[in-house]
Design a protein around this ligand. Structure first.
Ligand SMILES: NC(=O)c1ccc[n+]([C@@H]2O[C@H](COP(=O)([O-])OP(=O)(O)OC[C@H]3O[C@@H](n4cnc5c(N)ncnc54)[C@H](O)[C@@H]3O)[C@@H](O)[C@H]2O)c1
Length: 280
């Protein structure tokens, strides 16, 4: 870092960046934020159609963005695509382990006025092994495999930033989503600590972004409906839900860039104050 002006602090120009779950929502927001600041970005995602659309949209804006279809539960393909990105860029500076699903329902439904109805469909005795394993496979095992693949390159390089998307649900129960999501996000929070500790001596920083409620395609897009925006706007102290580009771009850039060069092992909540308590 040549100086401490804002340009040097947040300089990611030429960075090689990979984002899992990068075709939509928060992952797309992180990738776009980095690409608009001069990074070269690879979006990995399961959804080929969304990936193609977003790579084309960002490319048309002159941004250096490529995409590859990867299911993060297929660790061999995930390894191969992260290796390919590192070879393509000749470096790997930031990897966002972000792909995740919200496999609701949980034992409570969404707020309906002042009521929050019980949801028999989401109770524990109806929670199948199949559902549990799917969530753990994507939201925990997929994150672990992404972090491991990134670390292989960054350790050799002696630098890099790994950023895990957790959730406010890593520390606070969200009863509309269900048990495996809570367990996976809490595990990812502590995985952040474990890997950060191990990688600190190798110059690799590992931090987590814990979002609150953002209007993305998760859970079939329920977060994007006007009814949900209105209901959650009453619950969140800043009285609005998050925008998956504008409200995360700064934090993604901060955690990937030299601006956070001495920060590791931290989970940063970004939630309009949701985790603080009830809105007034
Ligand atoms: N939206 C929120 O309010 C919110 C809150 C807290 C945490 N999160 C977390 O943010 C992350 C991103 O979610 P989002 O809200 O942007 O959702 P999203 O559905 O808009 O984006 C997730 C992306 O991940 C991809 N994906 C899903 N399974 C995959 C797999 N097996 N392999 C590769 N890609 C896969 C999807 O195709 C999608 O493009 C998740 O980890 C989620 O748990 C979201």
């Amino acid at each position: 870092m040549a100086g401490v002006g804002i340009g040097e602090l947040f300089a990611v120009e030429g960075y090689g960046v990979v984002v899992t779950g990068g075709a939509s929502g928060l992952g797309l927001g992180y990738g776009e934020a980095l690409a608009r600041n001069g990074a070269r970005v690879t979006l990995l995602d399961l959804n080929r159609a969304m990936l193609d659309d977003e790579v084309a949209r960002l490319g048309a804006d002159g941004l250096d963005v490529r995409g590859a279809v990867v299911d993060v539960t297929d660790h061999a393909t995930l390894d191969a695509e992260i290796d390919a990105a590192a070879v393509h860029y000749g470096r790997l500076d930031a990897v966002f382990a972000n792909a995740g699903i919200d496999p609701g329902p949980g034992f409570l439904g969404a707020w309906a006025g002042d009521e929050r109805p019980r949801n028999p469909e989401g109770v524990l005795e109806n929670y199948t092994d199949e559902r549990w394993n799917q969530v753990i496979d994507i939201n925990l095992n997929g994150v672990f495999a992404t972090v491991r693949a990134a670390a292989r390159h960054m350790k050799k390089q002696g630098s890099g930033a790994i950023i895990i998307t957790t959730s406010v649900a890593s520390t606070q129960n969200e009863p509309a989503i269900g048990a495996a999501y809570m367990a996976a996000k809490a595990a990812c929070r502590h995985l952040t600590h474990s890997v950060a500790h191990e990688m600190a001596a190798h110059g690799v920083r590992v931090n987590a972004i814990a979002p609150g409620f953002f209007a993305t395609n998760i859970g079939g897009g329920h977060a994007k409906t006007p009814e949900m925006a209105e209901a959650m706007g009453k619950v969140i102290p800043m009285h609005r839900i998050g925008d998956p580009y504008l409200d995360v771009a700064g934090l993604a850039l901060f955690l990937a860039s030299p601006a956070s060069r001495y920060l590791t092992g931290q989970e940063i909540q970004i939630d309009g104050g949701w985790a603080l308590g009830a809105a007034d």
